[in-house]
Design a protein around this ligand. Structure first.
Ligand SMILES: [Zn+2]
Length: 102
């Protein structure tokens, strides 16, 4: 078991937990009931935490969270070569190979 992250927000912790599970990474949500104890015990020990069941999944876990935090930005674009529409993250047309112009 390895502590992945600790956050003040239970919503944020639960969101990250769900993203990891959806990606097939085994994780546990802890300290979901201790918010009333903040002030009595050190914050980092009382804040909601996300733990990894498998320690060696940390790199993959951060990649999953980073990808979720930075979704492809920008509008879809239309290929000038063939008229195919593409999501913003694609730099070239998959159908005819022409690069993105706009
Ligand atoms: Zn094209």
């Amino acid at each position: 078991m390895k502590l992945l992250l600790s956050t003040q927000s239970l919503v944020h912790a639960a969101h990250c937990h769900n993203l990891l599970l959806a990606a097939g990474i085994r994780a546990q949500l802890r300290n979901t009931w201790l918010s009333g104890a903040i002030g009595d015990i050190p914050f980092q020990e009382s804040a909601p935490q996300v733990w990894l069941v498998d320690d060696d999944c940390e790199e993959k876990a951060w990649a999953v969270l980073a990808a979720a935090a930075n979704p492809p930005a920008g509008p879809s674009w239309c290929c000038e070569g063939c008229g195919e529409w593409h999501e913003a993250q694609f730099a070239a047309c998959w159908r005819c190979g022409q690069g993105r112009h706009r």
